[in-house]
Design a protein around this ligand. Structure first.
Ligand SMILES: *Cc1c(COP(=O)(O)O)cnc(C)c1O
Length: 428
């Protein structure tokens, strides 16, 4: 017990956690190990994981096939620089990504995190228009309630209120924002849903390099789901106004919404796509920005003749190996059935939450279940309650949500759902 308290003390004093303060009085739980859908704490309590470590651990933890692939790659090489050198894991993963993503996407730029993949996407769009003699197209158009990461450019296209843009005002690039659509996933989008988006395009398209948004599911900006018909219209309008479309599939990619990539719901293809999170199933930090042959050649064949980006750990071999292994595991499983089963259970069982006056909305798509409350939760009190129930969930603001590893079974999923129902029932 002493060693646990010492660890917690040191952690509290010197380490920043995500969106946290040092010396915070929020509870924090030390983990000993993780296996399958279970996270084991240092005090030996076991929690059923409902978060997939923020969308990433889709096959659960400590997966034997993933572990073997990692060890195998480690014996030949952990890392080499990617300037002037290449290797099999990078080439194999790039080929695989080109094969499984929408067919217009034919080239791959590897980076280390989702935020950087978004930065790279924005730079690609700007450099493309520069190469087409339209150097004034440097701005982005996004929709409110989005989330694209925490670095400056990624932050500049995330929701201005959630992202506290006012705090960073004079350091942050000014972008254009349209209202998010009100149409739910199963509804058709109306002219009303598109009005603000169309207005921004009409007014500013000469300055706009690209539209950037999360397809179908807006994740960390509010877990909102919108209609594929909106996305379809956005694609048409981007073509009409000579603006590129960047789809940020960092959260939605690799099956989470029931399709391999969420843009498939709308049967559209982006000009640039960002991948991250589940790309390596939570093993290594890796992201990718993909684009078309047309954009890639235009950038490459025009002064300065190169794309202006190149991270130190670009295409890290261990990370690429994990990407390949994860995609193989996913595509060799009956993932569509699995996600469908998770969706069915979430839809049937999570509905019970609607009986509580504290609950404003319950929504489910694929392996994502969201309970929206009327008021923000108190993380300090609710987090220990979930842990006491034996589940790992991490609510934010008014949202309690589940996005479990795809390997979760029915009993484990129902256990998670029951814990949510129990804890909401105790709320005042
Ligand atoms: C998490 C996320 C990001 C940022 O990824 P990081 O790896 O945290 O930098 C960007 N876009 C979306 C949609 C995300 O969910």
């Amino acid at each position: 017990m002493d060693s646990i308290n010492k660890l917690l003390d040191q952690d509290r004093q010197i380490i920043w956690h995500p969106y946290s303060a040092v010396n915070s009085d929020l509870p924090i739980f030390p983990v000993k190990s993780a296996q399958g859908v279970r996270i084991k704490l240092m005090d030996d309590r076991e929690l059923i994981d409902g978060m997939s470590s923020w969308w990433s651990a889709i096959h659960g933890y400590n997966h034997p096939v993933m572990n073997r692939a990692l060890n195998y790659q480690l014996e030949s090489m952990a890392h080499v620089m990617f300037g002037g050198l290449t290797h099999q894991p990078a080439v194999d993963l790039a080929c695989k990504l080109v094969e499984i993503t929408p067919k217009s996407l034919q080239t791959v730029f590897f980076s280390d995190s989702g935020s950087v993949a978004v930065e790279v996407a924005m730079k690609m769009a700007i450099q493309y228009w520069y190469s087409r003699n339209k150097p004034n197209k440097q701005k982005m158009l996004s929709i409110r309630h989005g989330y694209h990461g925490d670095t400056f450019a990624a932050m500049s296209v995330s929701d201005p209120v959630n992202g506290m843009h006012s705090l960073f005002a004079s350091s942050l690039a000014q972008q254009f924002f349209a209202d998010a659509p009100d149409c739910k996933f199963h509804q058709d989008c109306t002219d009303h849903d598109l009005r603000s988006f169309l207005e921004q395009l009409e007014k500013y398209h000469h300055q706009i390099a690209a539209v950037i948004l999360e397809p179908i599911v807006q994740g960390a900006g509010g877990m909102r789901f919108y209609s594929p018909t909106f996305l379809k219209r956005v694609r048409e309008l981007c073509n009409q106004f000579n603006v590129l479309l960047i789809l940020d599939e960092i959260a939605t990619g690799f099956g989470r919404t029931g399709k391999l990539f969420a843009c498939e719901h709308a049967k559209i293809e982006p000009d640039i796509m960002c991948l991250g999170k589940a790309l390596t199933a939570g093993y290594m930090t890796l992201a990718a920005t993909m684009t078309t042959t047309e954009i890639a050649s235009s950038i490459s064949n025009h002064e300065p003749g190169i794309f202006m980006h190149g991270p130190t750990f670009m295409a890290n071999p261990l990370a690429c190996t994990m990407g390949l292994a994860s995609i193989d595991i996913l595509l060799n499983s009956s993932w569509q059935n699995k996600i469908q089963q998770i969706e069915n259970i979430l839809k049937i069982r999570l509905k019970a939450c609607l009986d509580f006056p504290q609950v404003k909305d319950v929504r489910v798509i694929g392996a994502i279940g969201v309970v929206e409350l009327h008021h923000p939760v108190n993380l300090k009190t609710i987090q220990p309650q979930f842990v006491k129930e034996g589940v790992w969930l991490r609510p934010f603001n008014k949202l309690i949500y589940i996005m479990p590893p795809y390997i979760i079974n029915k009993d484990e999923l129902c256990y998670l759902i029951n814990a949510i129902i129990k804890i909401i029932s105790r709320m005042k």
